[in-house]
Design a protein around this ligand. Structure first.
Ligand SMILES: Cc1cc2nc3c(=O)[nH]c(=O)nc-3n(C[C@H](O)[C@H](O)[C@H](O)COP(=O)(O)OP(=O)(O)OC[C@H]3O[C@@H](n4cnc5c(N)ncnc54)[C@H](O)[C@@H]3O)c2cc1C
Length: 502
């Protein structure tokens, strides 16, 4: 794959959601192909496009078609007319122009991880960035330019050579594109804020086929909007990030307690996170130990409540600072240790393999974990229909919440915790049961929250008309204005859609 990067085009700046769940009230509005043009593929227009396109054009008769339309969420089974695997910015521009001129529904694919499945569509065209994965680090300036289809493993590999790190994802094949545009929560989010808070500049291909730069100096409105506004405004062909001195080794805590100790563990963690230094980022996770060779066989399937966290700083200081997470009760398994930073971001990879799990996720910010909310969470996780599911609670605040709600499109950051119901299972016969369970859990969780969701952990982002409005709060009207300016026809609509003024 690496050999296919087209560095010549790398600017250094100077449907239906699967039919089997359609009866569960998924809105077809945004997923159905409203611009199908079945005659197009054999036409002269298409042949001309093909001549000029450098990358691979994958149609349903291509031997790789099924492999290339597979997204991370195993439940997504969409069949586009064409997957245009771009090798550079010129391919992206050509494809945008081709799709717009021929009225094709467009999906944009970065790392393909988003559980909502908007990186594919039925009968439309997919602008696939997965071959645009170059990362160029400037160790003196401590910045990196990252192509729009890179995954976080690419970034860690190139930055860690210089003991530098970018605030990105904790599963290494997650895409830089979708994660960043939706916010971006890393293992040092309390020190560095979100990924968007470290974005210096982006190169964006707009719906009219023009290519612009967005930063604090140029197209400031677009720069504001892409920091949290998702893929609504254009295709980001490259991101420039500020980097941090970190690694190669860090202290990481991963202590798994039996579920019987969950109440004690959560009570402890709520107090522990009340006044932490920014260097400490921690999560509380309810999970079952996977049936995987990485774990002792006798522990397979055991329900656990785990405390995990990373220390931003020296491993020695980190060992002391994170020690209390390991002493709450008698652990079933304690994997805490000093690890290479890049390995920390690969720790979950083996259990979250692309295409292997059907997934339906929902998340909400909460200001506190009250006794009632802890009771709700424990009642639910103890009666989860699937052992593969993960209930993750991320402690926020720190640098992340010191960015004002109107400074970026992302909006309010005052929530102390993000609760994410990451429901995952393997058998498609269990789809309905798991989706129903997640929705019921979410509606009860909603009573404890202001209603703001994290779009990066949300399966229904195009299923509810008011979701974007509710979540962006007072930033929503400004987002509508910017959307109307940059994408008046709503060309980029397969996302947490902000509709332009008609
Ligand atoms: C296993 C797993 C682990 C995760 N871990 C984290 C984590 O640690 N932290 C976190 O914050 N989130 C995490 N996420 C959520 C993740 O941020 C979102 O799923 C995100 O949308 C993934 O981006 P992607 O490029 O891989 O997805 P895709 O599905 O390819 O893209 C999602 C959407 O983003 C837009 N998009 C993507 N790339 C571009 C681009 N270059 N230009 C314009 N639009 C683009 C498109 O609208 C697209 O539909 C995780 C998700 C999974 C499944």
């Amino acid at each position: 794959m690496l050999t296919k990067f087209n560095l010549a085009n790398f600017h250094g700046f100077g449907n239906t959601m699967v039919s089997r769940i359609s009866n569960l009230k998924f809105s077809k509005m945004e997923t159905a192909a409203t611009h199908t043009n079945n005659q197009l593929l054999g036409s002269e227009i298409f042949e001309n496009f093909k001549q000029a396109f450098i990358g691979d054009l994958i149609t349903s008769d291509h031997s790789d078609y099924d492999q290339q339309r597979q997204l991370w969420n195993g439940m997504i089974d969409k069949k586009p007319q064409l997957i245009a695997q771009c090798y550079g910015v010129s391919d992206v521009i050509r494809t945008v122009n081709f799709a717009r001129d021929n009225n094709l529904l467009v999906a944009v694919r970065g790392g393909g991880h988003n559980v909502a499945g908007n990186a594919m569509n039925d009968d439309g065209i997919v602008i696939d960035l997965s071959q645009m994965r170059a990362v160029l680090v400037n160790p003196n300036q401590k910045t990196a330019i990252v192509q729009g289809g890179a995954i976080w493993r690419d970034v860690d590999r190139e930055t860690q050579v210089f003991s530098l790190a970018c605030a990105g994802g904790v599963v290494s094949d997650t895409g830089v594109g979708g994660l960043t545009l939706g916010g971006g929560l890393s293992w040092f989010r309390r020190k560095a804020g979100m990924s968007i808070d470290n974005l210096v500049r982006a190169q964006v291909v707009l719906a009219d086929g023009s290519c612009v730069s967005a930063s604090a100096e140029e197209n400031q409105d677009l720069f504001w909007a892409i920091r949290g506004g998702g893929g609504n405004f254009g295709i980001v062909t490259s991101f420039e990030f500020n980097l941090y001195d970190l690694g190669p080794e860090v202290m990481f805590a991963a202590c798994m307690y039996p579920r019987s100790a969950a109440q004690k563990v959560m009570d402890f963690w709520v107090e522990f996170t009340r006044d932490l230094p920014d260097e400490m980022t921690t999560d509380c996770l309810h999970w079952s130990i996977p049936e995987h060779e990485a774990f002792p066989k006798e522990l397979h399937g055991k329900p656990v409540t785990a405390l995990a966290g990373m220390y931003f700083g020296s491993p020695e200081e980190g060992r002391k600072a994170l020690q209390p997470l390991r002493e709450v009760a008698e652990p079933l398994l304690d994997l805490s240790n000093v690890y290479p930073y890049a390995a920390v971001n690969q720790m979950f990879d083996a259990f979250l393999v692309k295409g292997t799990l059907n997934s339906y996720w929902k998340s909400l910010y909460v200001d506190d974990l009250s006794d009632d909310l802890i009771k709700l969470i424990l009642d639910k996780v103890n009666n989860s229909p699937s052992p593969q599911s993960l209930l993750s609670i991320r402690n926020l605040q720190g640098a992340l919440s010191r960015v004002g709600a109107s400074e970026t499109a992302f909006g309010d950051r005052s929530g102390r915790f993000l609760v994410s119901i990451d429901t995952m299972w393997t058998d498609q016969d269990d789809d309905a049961n798991n989706i129903q369970w997640t929705r019921e859990f979410f509606s009860e969780l909603h009573k404890h929250s202001g209603g703001q969701v994290y779009f990066n952990f949300n399966s229904d982002m195009s299923g509810s008309d008011n979701l974007a409005e509710d979540s962006y709060g007072s930033n929503y009207q400004k987002l509508v204005e910017i959307k109307t300016k940059y994408d008046p026809e709503n060309f980029f609509r397969l996302n947490a859609n902000i509709k332009p003024r008609s």
